[in-house]
Design a protein around this ligand. Structure first.
Ligand code: SAH
Length: 468
């Protein structure tokens, strides 16, 4: 198994100080049941890549009594708890957040990407996104090439995964340290209280507010309820809130933005307008993509003309909140049959998105990295291809009118971009032309003569008379 980490922030070789590994040398360490090698595949001013190669001896694994079930298994080849143990062994100082020679580098954010060959993820790329996207990563997961060779075996759980972000080396290693075993779900050593300590130490500063924190703690501690209790008691102390604060964590992101816009109750206006447009288009079945906590879904449910409603979000926690808020568990059967919630990512082609009259993306696209919009466009306009698509996004020009927003900042820290009116229109026209839709754009909220409205909406439809 191989973990490579690339730094593209110049001078890129500073990275060597942070990892405590000289780029000019090969570093070798014995680990239980095998050995770990660290070497650099490139070390230039603009790009430096460190590789951690972990070789486990399959026979040793079986003899060691850790793999009792099968002689032949995936353990020697899949990034798992063996990899994290090796990481502590070879990158221990960096993981602890130390750097003796250049201490000032510890807090420096770099453009880093890490690739892992290979990761076993049963539920596919969505699961990787759920864990890494909230931490600001861009994620790509490519199924193992075996998938193509043996299609009759069904989709392979094995993926080549790359995550990229502007982060400190310490944060990247900590995220990997905690999340790789969460994805893999098998641990080769005994889980005791020391694991709670490790989880909290490496989760410091990010785990308490991670929307999937319940799942992370549960899986990391292998579902041992006594340990989970210990972890949660401590996590809450750190967070300075109550367990009910889990909802808050998932929502804090949204709330921050709402706070800013509150004087205008803009979000309410926006949601009402989207529901109205969807109704006026005569849509009977509607998809709410990136549905969050389900505010649009609630409005759609209230209108009898919407016969089939589905909400999708990449965040499992957001869906849980939506389900709770909408009262799905206690809903009368006929009402319940109208709505479906499911987890999924807009960046992957998905059969569940087909067959709807309309799709809405309310304040979602700006949460995706701009280069990934092309994937979303194909997923939505080429494959799912609903008759109508409604997209809303902030109008950046309006930001100067928010009294508390510092100049040049986006409305929300997770916004990857905010477009001017011209930029949004340009995008909308391009998409319409490429995928044979018609489009119109309208302002959302009170229009300022100089800066336009706070938000903007594009309504895409099949050309009049067209069926496909
Ligand atoms: N539409 C909701 C929520 C907007 S916040 C509302 O207006 O209230 C943006 C939402 O997009 C979040 O819930 C986030 O989890 C979701 N999201 C971000 N990236 C996504 C992706 N790749 N696929 C699906 N949902 C995504």
């Amino acid at each position: 198994m191989l973990l490579t980490i690339t730094n593209t922030t110049a001078p890129a070789t500073d990275f060597g100080y942070l990892l405590h590994k000289n780029p000019a040398r090969l570093h070798e360490a014995d680990v239980s049941r095998g050995r770990a090698l660290v070497f650099y595949s490139e070390a230039a001013q603009d790009r430096c890549t460190a590789c951690l190669l972990l070789e486990l001896n399959p026979v040793e694994l079986v003899r060691g009594g850790e793999q009792l079930e099968d002689y032949v298994n995936d353990r020697p080849y899949v990034a798992s708890s063996y990899m994290t143990v090796a990481m502590t062994r070879v990158f221990g100082t960096a993981l602890a957040g130390n750097c003796q020679q250049r201490p000032e580098l510890v807090h420096t954010k770099l453009d880093l990407s890490a690739s892992i060959e290979v990761l076993r993820v049963r539920r596919g790329p969505v699961e990787i996104e759920e864990l890494f996207v909230p931490l600001g990563y861009q994620v790509s997961a490519i199924p193992h090439p075996l998938d193509e060779k043996f299609p009759e075996w069904g989709p392979s759980p094995y993926h080549r995964v790359t995550i990229s972000n502007h982060v400190t080396v310490h944060d990247l290693l900590s995220h990997l340290f905690v999340l790789l075993p969460v994805l893999d779900e098998e641990k080769h050593y005994y889980i005791g209280e020391a694991e709670v300590e490790k989880l909290l130490r490496h989760g410091e500063g990010w785990l308490a507010t991670h929307p999937a924190k319940d799942k992370i703690v549960d899986r990391y501690l292998r579902r041992r309820s006594s340990l989970k209790r210990l972890a949660f008691e401590r996590l809450i102390e750190e967070e300075g809130s109550t367990l009910a604060g889990a909802d808050e964590a998932a929502e804090s992101a949204l709330n921050e933005e709402r706070e800013l816009e509150r004087p205008l109750t803009l979000h309410t206006q926006r949601l009402n307008r989207v529901a109205e447009v969807l109704r006026d288009l005569g849509s009977k079945s509607v998809l709410d993509l990136g549905c969050g906590e389900g505010k649009l879904l609630r409005r759609l449910l209230a209108e009898r003309s919407f016969e089939k409603i589905a909400g999708m979000d990449v965040s499992y926690r957001a869906l849980e909140i939506a389900s709770e808020r909408l009262g799905l568990d206690n809903m009368p059967e006929r009402q319940r049959a109208r709505i479906d919630l499911f987890q999924g990512s807009l960046l992957y082609r998905d059969k569940r998105l087909s067959g709807f009259d309309a799709a809405a993306l309310v304040e979602v696209i700006e949460h995706l990295d701009a280069p990934r919009l092309a994937a979303l466009e194909r997923v939505l306009f080429e494959f799912a291809r609903p008759r109508h698509v409604v997209v809303t996004t902030p109008n950046r020009e309006y930001n100067v009118l928010f009294p508390t927003l510092p100049a040049g900042e986006t409305r929300h820290r997770d916004h990857r971009f905010e477009w001017t009116r011209a930029e949004f229109e340009g995008w909308a026209n391009g998409v319409a032309a490429r995928f044979s839709y018609e489009v119109r754009v309208e302002p959302l909220g009170p229009v300022d003569p100089a800066h336009g409205a706070p938000s903007q909406m594009a309504v895409f439809s099949f050309p009049t008379g067209a069926t496909q």
